[in-house]
Design a protein around this ligand. Structure first.
Ligand code: SF4
Length: 234
């Protein structure tokens, strides 16, 4: 199969876009994880944020300062998914705003991707796990419908998954990030790539060939090239 044909397989998002049942009470969504969130319930990112900001669907609600919904362009070509808010994010109510966020912005800018214009950034959980621990499977499951709605509304050409928790949380692949980073994967009709989390790069400063920073540079250039290809074909 030609490359262009393979790429076209990824172009049509396959998430169900059906409207919720007429008798569904949307006001119940934030109260408990047992209340389902139907696909297509939110028409705008602001409407989703209203529910997120009052959400009590999991225990992470108890320790948060702010709910961290997302930042960037809700019509972007790329959605970047992280693990969950850290201290800076929790305080400011925005994802990837600490040192990790600054490094992420720099990495994206190096291939002329503007985080306000070209990317929508969010996390698998919207509230900060205590002590920066990884979110549990139950917490990820409780928050997942919000993430699914975010992806549905943005309809990106590419999804970047930063770190193993983001990969596991969205597409269920439990392999280590060093094994799968830089690989294109298909999930629900979307083209996805796992990449290192910028916090990991901050802990590994070497730029030598084969180092995490060097690998990230290869990956982000591959993302840029693929995006150019997809835009050209559309
Ligand atoms: S992490 Fe998600 S599901 Fe849990 S309280 Fe926050 S917004 Fe709700």
């Amino acid at each position: 199969m030609a490359t262009n044909e393979q790429i076209s397989l990824f172009s049509a998002p396959a998430l169900d876009n059906s409207a919720p049942a007429e008798d569904f009470n949307a006001d119940l969504i934030p109260t408990s994880a047992t209340i389902p969130i139907p696909t297509g319930i939110y028409q705008t990112m602001n409407a989703l944020a209203v529910h997120c900001k009052q959400c009590q669907r999991c225990g992470l609600a108890n320790g948060r300062t702010n709910v961290v919904v997302g930042r960037g362009n809700p019509s972007a070509s790329i959605v970047l998914v992280g693990e969950g808010p850290g201290q800076n994010e929790d305080e400011q109510g925005l994802p990837f705003v600490g040192r990790s966020g600054q490094l992420l912005d720099k990495i994206l800018a190096a291939v002329k991707l503007d985080t306000q214009k070209d990317v929508y950034i969010c996390n698998v959980v919207k509230c900060r796990p205590p002590g920066n621990r990884a979110p549990t499977a139950d917490e990820i499951a409780a928050c997942r419908p919000y993430l699914m709605e975010q992806i549905r509304m943005v309809k990106p050409k590419i999804i970047l998954l930063t770190g193993a928790t983001a990969v596991k949380g969205l597409i269920g692949d439990k392999r280590g990030i060093t094994k799968i980073r830089g690989q294109w994967m298909e999930w629900e009709g979307y083209l996805c790539m796992p990449i290192f989390h910028p916090a990991y790069l901050l802990r590994n400063s070497s730029r030598e060939t084969g180092s995490p920073k060097w690998l990230m540079w290869q990956d982000i250039q591959a993302v840029r090239a693929k995006l150019d290809e997809l835009v050209e074909d559309s």
